[in-house]
Design a protein around this ligand. Structure first.
Ligand code: ATP
Ligand code: MG
Length: 721
């Protein structure tokens, strides 16, 4: 691509930024104004016009997805692959430096990264050895403290404890760090801090990188935290040129230590020139007007305005749903008409405030056989806390389930160590027993040390006791009892911060799912619990589309940052949900929620749907919410209310297994109507009917001996005769 082409497709302001002389720059602009595009073109410009080598370029952003996209866009613009260029996430790039200089960093060559689960386990062990009560000092809270300090660039020696509590946390921080250092382990926050320190303490090394990375570029700068800022500043030194792009109105990670002030700090520290972009190329006039009006309700802003010369487009449709099921069905019906209009599923995004909301939406999409993909989060039934709870339920209903046994034997921690476990595994192998029975055998043989034996005995009693209790309960009560008595609820309640809160919400949502579950009539399950467990395992296996398949994109509002989609649904826009309950309690949080709403709305290019439900069963309770205040902040002439309310009764209407023969079911089953088939238990029969699709598909067979039955196709294991 020649130079003029590089500037084609850019407006004057964008050109000014792309073709600026070598200097420090801030591109400050609202959503969809082409910041990321400017950054990519600037890299190409530096190489083509300034003759910068790929080797001298250092570009950083927040997610792997964004980093990958940035590299592709640079290569497309240059029409050449680039090697030697450093494009990555903060953690990815800092890790790369640490690997190359592990010796200077005092790390063994094979140093390992500690994920958050490992980190918790380590803290737990330390607390025990320090005789600190982990009920009073939940490990999660301590790990939160340690990471927050590291994000601020602080080692224990830099911190003055204000009270005895902080003193104790400091002690744990010190002991934790010693233990990590001895074992050659680094946690996520450590990667950046350690990298920063290595560079700071090794002038030769620092000079090498400062001289190498002459051109530094940072996307989504508004979400950098303190250590990231310090690290960038150190690497830039006094000779490099750094371009940052960002939007203070899109700063949404304050709760995780991000500092909007970094933008102002950058301007003074780097004596940078500011370029503002004001034309939006992404959204229709209506979407833009609505988003601008919304964000104007925030007091603390650097002030920007956005305009578009594109068309006004359609009004934003607001749907007041009867409940969350109705909301999900509304979304699905609109996705279907979008698809029928010849559009791609991957052009629709469904955005929600918290991960727990996805379950009902996923289910509604599954019912209609619409593919979806969840980004930046896991599908509901695959989440850690949900798998923990399901594993208890699985073990209760089937003692032979070794995977479930392994998962819950020491979750929550009950002092069953690796030694005891390997003892049980050995016994299971030698005697060809399931782990559960091996555990009992080992216990009876009396080979276990006193404490281990007690722990195993308690575990066995717990599962047997639960089994007894559950017999008289309904499914939702069964789940609730299991989650409580197993100690899972208490364990996750002790986790501080957003993540712990989300896990508890998810557990409550699981109870909800049980309450709404309808056992298929005439099904061959021995109990509702068995039916539910089968359903959850079918659910997690299918539905999620492959990487390249056309699928609806589902994600939280946080993970949608930087992305754009022709059709966007924002669901659950209700007081208490969005803005969230907690944001009323902490200062500054409401403005951050509003910025999140702004991020969500500005993802939409052509059409935006916003919905709220009058009643919502979430986290195990029926809640009545009023529409979000954010809706009232949008000018009325941008909105159109949709009023086709359909009464939906609970539990979910029988859509899940509704009647007629569907083509998809026919294809899925691999059998034709009237065909003769053989079932292991019921014998020979004739296929009468099908329904549902994918994981939901069922087949009706008239068995010669036992009459007609509906079976889940995937489970029936029918053989053609
Ligand atoms: P966000 O704040 O959401 O990250 P952004 O400012 O980074 O947004 P981009 O994603 O770079 O914005 O651009 C938004 C859309 O507008 C993209 O589809 C981009 O290709 C398009 N675009 C940007 N500048 C122009 C232009 N000058 N002419 C035509 N299209 C443009
Ligand atoms: Mg961007």
């Amino acid at each position: 691509m020649d130079v003029s082409e590089l500037l084609d497709g850019l407006n004057d302001k964008q050109r000014e930024a792309v073709a600026a002389p070598l200097q420090n720059m801030l591109v400050l602009a609202g959503a969809g104004s082409g910041k990321t595009r400017v950054l990519v073109h600037r890299i190409a410009w530096l190489m083509q016009v300034e003759h910068a080598s790929a080797y001298s370029i250092f570009a950083v952003t927040f997610t792997n997805k964004a980093a990958k996209e940035m590299r592709t866009r640079v290569e497309e613009t240059l029409q050449n692959p680039v090697s030697g260029m450093w494009i990555g996430t903060f953690h990815g790039l800092a890790h790369r430096i640490l690997r190359a200089h592990h010796r200077e960093a005092n790390l063994p060559e094979s140093f390992q990264i500690l994920d958050s689960d490992d980190q918790l386990r380590m803290i737990k062990r330390l607390l025990k050895s320090m005789n600190i009560d982990d009920k009073k000092w939940p490990p999660k809270q301590l790990s939160w403290y340690i990471s927050a300090r590291k994000d601020e660039g602080q080692r224990p020696k830099d911190i003055t404890a204000h009270d005895v509590n902080e003193q104790l946390m400091l002690q744990v921080y010190t002991a934790y760090q010693d233990a990590c250092d001895r074992a050659g382990l680094v946690d996520f926050a450590e990667i950046l801090l350690r990298c920063y320190e290595v560079l700071q303490q090794n002038p030769t090394l620092l000079r090498h990188y400062q001289q190498r990375f002459r051109h530094m570029l940072v996307d989504e700068f508004q979400d950098t935290n303190s250590i990231q800022y310090l690290w960038l500043k150190l690497l830039a030194g006094s000779d490099s040129n750094i371009m940052i792009v960002g939007d203070d109105d899109q700063s949404i990670y304050g709760w995780r230590g991000a500092r909007i002030e970094n933008i102002k700090r950058f301007l003074t520290d780097f004596d940078a020139q500011t370029i503002r972009l004001e034309q939006n190329y992404r959204s229709t006039g209506t979407i833009l007007k609505a988003s601008n009006a919304l964000i104007q309700n925030n007091a603390e802003r650097m002030g920007k305005s956005l305009w578009t010369d594109g068309n006004q487009g359609e009004p934003i449709s607001v749907y007041a749903a009867f409940n969350e099921l109705d909301e999900a069905r509304f979304m699905v019906s609109k996705v279907k008409s979008w698809l029928q209009g010849g559009n791609a599923l991957s052009d629709c995004a469904v955005l929600y405030r918290s991960n727990a909301q996805s379950r009902v939406l996923e289910e509604a999409l599954l019912q209609e056989g619409l593919k979806y993909r969840i980004y930046g989060g896991m599908r509901f039934f695959e989440r850690q806390e949900i798998k923990d709870a399901l594993s208890y339920l699985r073990l209760i209903s089937n003692r032979n389930d070794d995977a479930a046994f392994e998962r819950v034997i020491n979750t929550p921690a009950r002092g069953i160590g690796d030694k005891t476990l390997s003892h049980i595994r050995d016994c299971a192998r030698a005697e060809s027993l399931p782990l559960w029975y091996a555990a009992k055998a080992v216990l009876e043989q009396g080979h276990l040390a006193g404490r281990a034996a007690t722990a195993i005995r308690r575990f066995i009693e717990l599962v047997e006791q639960l089994d007894d209790k559950l017999m008289e309960l309904e499914l939702a009560e069964q789940a609730k009892t299991t989650i409580e008595l197993s100690g899972l609820l208490a364990m996750y309640q002790a986790e501080k911060g957003e993540k712990g809160r989300a896990r508890v919400e998810n557990l409550e949502e699981l109870i909800n799912a049980c309450g709404q579950f309808e056992l298929p009539v005439e099904e061959e399950f021995t109990s509702p619990l068995q039916g539910f467990l089968a359903y959850t395992s079918l659910e997690s296996g299918e539905g999620q589309a492959d990487e390249h398949e056309d699928a609806v994109q589902m994600m939280t509002l946080h993970s949608a940052k930087g992305l754009e989609f022709p059709l966007v649904f924002m669901v659950g826009v209700e007081e208490g949900m969005f803005p969230s309950q907690q944001s009323h309690e902490e200062s500054g949080r409401l403005e951050e929620e509003r910025r999140l709403c702004y991020v969500g709305m500005t993802r939409a290019m052509e059409k935006l749907y916003i919905s709220h439900a009058e009643s919502r069963r979430l986290y195990g309770q029926e809640k009545y919410h009023s529409p979000s205040r954010f809706l009232r902040e949008i000018p009325e002439d941008c909105l159109e209310e949709i009023r086709i309310k359909t009464q939906v009764s609970r539990p979910a209407p029988s859509g899940r297994f509704s009647g007629s023969v569907s083509h998809a079911a026919f294809e899925d089953s691999g059998f034709s109507l009237g065909q003769r088939v053989l079932h292991a238990k019921f014998g020979a029969g004739t296929v009468l009917n099908y329904e549902g699709s994918g994981a939901q598909s069922r087949i009706q067979v008239n068995f010669d001996d036992v009459g007609s039955k509906w079976l889940v196709t995937a489970y029936a294991r029918l053989q053609a005769l």
